[in-house]
Design a binder for this molecule. Sequence first.
Ligand code: GLU
Length: 492
Amino acid sequence: MEVRDRYAPSPTGFQHIGGLRTALFNYLFAKSRNGKFILRLEDTDRTRFDLTYVDNLYASFEWLGFHWDEGPDLGGPAAPYVQSERFETYRKYVCALVEEGRAYYCFCSAERLDALRREREAARSSESGYDRRCRDIAPEEAARRAAGEPHTIRLKIPLGEKTVFTDALLGVVEWKNDDVSPDPVLLKSDGFPTYHLANVVDDHLMGITHVLRAQEWLASTPLHMILYGAFGWVPPVFCHLPMVMGTDGKKLSKRHGATGLDEFRKNGILPEALVNYVALLGASYEEGKEIYSMEELCTRFSLEKLCKAPAVFDYRKLEWYNARYIRMKTDAELAALALPYAMEAGLFGAVGGRPDAGQIALFNAAMPLVKERAVFLYEIPAKLGYLFSEPPVPETAEFVPKKSTPEGARRLLVIGRGLATAIAALDNEGAEALAKETAEKEGVKLGDLLTPLRAAITGSRVSPPLFGSIRLLGAETCLSRIDRALEKLKAL
Ligand code: GLU
């Protein structure tokens, strides 16, 4: 049997880590079994619907680079994949349930249900939900009234029975039907289906074999099972995924770092890093292995690899992944990825300004200087400003090595000046050997020799690698920056 699973978001908010984890696990499961992954929009809640959220969904998944086999944009054998375009179908199926006596018309008004709730509250009653008042109206009378009176359609939950199913992760789950929400509404008075009806009908009609979804839906599953039973359909295999928490053990929220997928992108997180990390939230594949390509995940994923314990989303770990993925990029790839951030930061002149050919070449050549240490893409331009425009001569303190004085720094900078032209023509090893030899000869530490030189050339005592920077800037520029710095130090 072909595996078919789906991601079925309700477009009532921006895509976040939890949604990505559900979508990704469904995608990986389908791919691991040579099956089909389907996108379905559950937009029955029209009051909270917003087209911005749909656009955000498409943009986020485009960026992440994984795709569905069937969906609203692609079509497919079970089209349409948007619930608001399927209302006729739900009505047809729910009417069949009424015919068979498994669902019934309910004529209770919103006011009556409100009054019922208030009465119970006043009496401190433990009962909640619908009191099943219309459950036993004779079918003929109900049908006659339904032709003219506003009504909803409710599911007739078989009382005194148990609903049992086996969750692929959690094992056997058992509920007394009397504890399931009493006769929930399937079709609202305005003709709109509820989430439960649309979800079950669609999973059946779309041939969904497996439902991997967040554990918050577990409480709805007994009701869904009863609904499958009422229709006489075989339910899919359910697998309720472990919760995702913050490092403090609380439900994931803004406090734990960005949660909207858009924010990760804006912050310069690479999609591969995010996918790799999220694929490990609640699953473990191979002892000790942390880096997985999408292809590897597609072959390794299985329901047996899921963990029951809640997963912890740790932004610091995501940063670690991001740094690793930045290092795996070629210089050209990294330059292309960092370019939009550089333009936005005004690295090439005006904010948003495009680089000219010379600036592009310099930017590409500078990638080896930042690759080893960058954690986010947006940091890259900030680290490289001194290559594109002359930095102001820094404060005197920046030049002075530990336990030295401004006078000492000046002396060291004069020695450094004598090396700059040679370093600009040497590779890293050659430059290092020359600098070491000079430091020894002068009786100073290598680090101390380089501190004032670094401050003069890059504008700061902390910078990307100095020798590479000197090479990229060229001897002439370096000498002129050193001379400006010497002027300042001389004036002391
Ligand atoms: N529309 C539901 C959601 O937003 C889908 C739940 C399910 O996967 O069955 O999460």
